[in-house]
Structure formats: C-alpha cells, structure tokens
Design a protein around this ligand. Structure first.
Ligand SMILES: [Zn+2]
Length: 180
C-alpha cells in the first residue's frame, strides 16, 4: 500500500480545490476516511487471516463492490454530511475506489482484489512506480522516508497538479458575477 497518509492526501487536495461550498467539511472527512478504510483489512493478520485469502490484505476490502458500502452509507447520511445523496455517494465511492487503484500502482506485495466477487484475480497495473510501504512501516526509519519520497513524486505531486486547475477554475467560477 501507499502509506495511509497518502491515501488521505488525494481527497484532501481535491476537496480543498473544490471548496467547502461544494464539498462540505464533514463530506471531506468522510471521503478521507473512505480512502483509508480498505486497509482496515490488515487487522485480519492479527486474526490469522492470510494475505492471499479472500478477506486477507488487499482482498475483498479492496474491491469496487466493497466501495459501494461507504458510498451507500454516505448517501444515507447525506444530511449530516451537508450535501445531496448523489454527491455524497459519488465523492465517497470514488475515494474508496481510489485506494485499491493506488495500491495497484505499488511495486510490491500482492495485487488488489478489484473485481471480487466477479473475478478473484489479484490486479496490478502494468506500470508500478510507487514504492510499496511495508505493513506496519515505521515512518521515521530510512525505509519509511524512502516510501514517503516515492509517494510525494507519484501520488502527492500528480494529485496537486490535477487539483490546481480545478482550484483555479473554481475561484474564477465563484468570482464570476451572477445573473440576477
Ligand atoms: Zn490498501
């Protein structure tokens, strides 16, 4: 996996670019949680569930089907999230899917179980530039620093480059005079 920090950086950058009028702070927080949520499956190691099992790390919790759960929950809770049901489901669902897609760009571990239950093939992209974060990585070690550097280049920077034009467009849009 990229580190849990980098999974949260993606929603935080896009949410900030879109502005809190479109992506409320509670919705942004829900998106960040959804982007980190699939890695809750590492708890399975403590329960004796093997990495390659259906519910092992990067297994069913890293599927598109699983991402529907936080999306549906967000739609149900759209009022406290201060948004519409479709916007809550779309934002949270896309961020939940962003997690396994980023994992599939890492250079180690097993692939992600993206299409479960339709297909149990563990998926990786053919090009995998992100250094895999060791499970339970100590971020203050040399290895942890290398992983963070790799993620800055391959996750934070591309996300910022995509979020920047969105931010500039939103500023222009918000500043444009409204028709009475
Ligand atoms: Zn993961």
């Amino acid at each position: 996996m990229p580190t849990i920090i980098s999974h949260a950086v993606v929603p935080l950058l896009f949410g900030a670019a879109a502005g809190h009028r479109r992506i409320s702070r509670p919705l942004l927080a829900a998106g960040a949680i959804a982007a980190m949520l699939p890695d809750a499956d590492v708890l399975g190691f403590k329960l004796g569930i093997a990495y390659a099992d259906a519910f092992g790390h990067r297994g069913a919790c890293h599927s598109v089907a699983f991402a529907l759960l936080p999306a549906l929950l967000a739609a149900t809770l759209h009022k406290p999230l201060q948004t519409s049901a479709w916007r809550a489901a779309t934002f949270v669902g896309l961020l939940a899917v962003s997690h396994p897609l980023l994992d599939a760009l890492t250079d180690g571990g097993l692939g992600v179980d993206l299409a479960r239950p339709l297909d149990q093939h563990r998926f990786f992209f053919p090009w995998r530039p992100i250094e895999v974060s060791p499970i339970g990585a100590r971020f203050f070690s040399m290895r942890g620093w290398q992983v963070i550097q790799s993620e800055m280049v391959w996750v934070w920077l591309p996300a910022a480059l995509l979020a920047l034009p969105l931010y500039l467009l939103r500023r222009r849009w918000d500043a444009a005079p409204r028709k009475p």
